[in-house]
Design a protein around this ligand. Sequence first.
Ligand SMILES: C[S@@+](CC[C@H](N)C(=O)[O-])C[C@H]1O[C@@H](n2cnc3c(N)ncnc32)[C@H](O)[C@@H]1O
Length: 396
Amino acid sequence: MSYQLPPVWTKLQQHAVFPEFDHDERARYNFLANLNRFVSTVIAPGNKIAYDKRVEPAFRAEQGRTFEDRHEVKDAMEADPMYQTWAALRRSTMEMRQQNGRAVVLRQAGELAQKAQTYLEKSDNLALNDAVSVPPYLRHVDNHLMPGSYHTEYFRGDVANAANYDSGLFVTSGGMLGSLTDGGGRAIASWVRTEYPSFKPKRILDIGCGLGHNTLPLAEAFPDADVVAIDTGVPMLRYGAARANALGISNVKFVQMNAESMADFADETFDWVQTTMFLHETGGKAIHRIFGEINRVLAPNGLNLHIEQPQYTPEMSYYEQFMRDWDAYYNAEPYWGHMHDLQPQDLMTEAGVSRENFMQVGVKAINDLDKKKSDGKVTEDYGRSPIWNVFGGWKK
Ligand SMILES: C[S@@+](CC[C@H](N)C(=O)[O-])C[C@H]1O[C@@H](n2cnc3c(N)ncnc32)[C@H](O)[C@@H]1O
């Protein structure tokens, strides 16, 4: 069996506000990225073997029928030792990644805040607003086991949780996101430019921007556009604005705002509204308020796109739905299942995109190229060509 190792962690670009790692901390992250890859590529397939050979036949023998939804699959699989082993390993890997990252950033929290402040002073690209509160579906959850999630500030000016997110997503993704952890943004920017060459957005809104990993590629691809990036996590916005300055990207403004109520934006003022890996973290009612707001702020003929893991459509097997649902139960992503049960065409109708204009596509990642040329060849050192699942459409 061929097994491809993740790239080494030092391939991440150490931009000017990035945390410092010592030798052992780097080694730990490399170990965890490899463990994560091993668990997901070598151990995880054992679940399907257990399902086919043991769990489904036993259920059928007892009930006289097969499973009728993913919840029945879950109840049966959770009693199986193969699944128990894989799930426990996956959970432990995630906890180790979060706790290691946390230890790294907390020991240098003061220096990180100072570095961020130095770069924040280089431009006026951050607009914080104390009146914006963190919605309860974020406030009460340590999303994907990240202590304090996106919003916790340990002191005024703190960026520690954002620095943990920036340096550690590499582990969770097995190094698949590129040297600036911006694989999704680069893929969508390139796809939009190629598919719609005459589209010249003047204003782009990125909702739930985090620290702007996938926002900056939009700004770079459309340098004449003003990009507005909103989030409710202050440390993410602060670090993101400093990071953008450090990377020399000047057409993004980071704004503290809840996407459920974007009253500061006038109607129909954005040509493109983008979200990336955002929708699954919003609560059951909030997601509909957000789509209503997208409809309001998006200009006629504007573009609305969402990068998300695939929805649970009738074509997806109950087994696959169950495996994808792991995050909902064991990775502190409580809205994951609810969100993925929604039908994307219905959501897009709420955003003002008719069913005829709905689209769902796989967008290919752009790989970084290794700058060192061995044998005169330029080789890929990241990316490994994942396909990003995108749905959306043009507002008509
Ligand atoms: C998984 S992160 C994705 C970040 C970013 N889009 C990326 O691709 O790296 C989801 C982000 O959505 C933000 N978020 C969730 N609900 C929000 C809301 N109602 N309004 C604004 N931001 C929100 C969280 O604070 C978090 O930073």
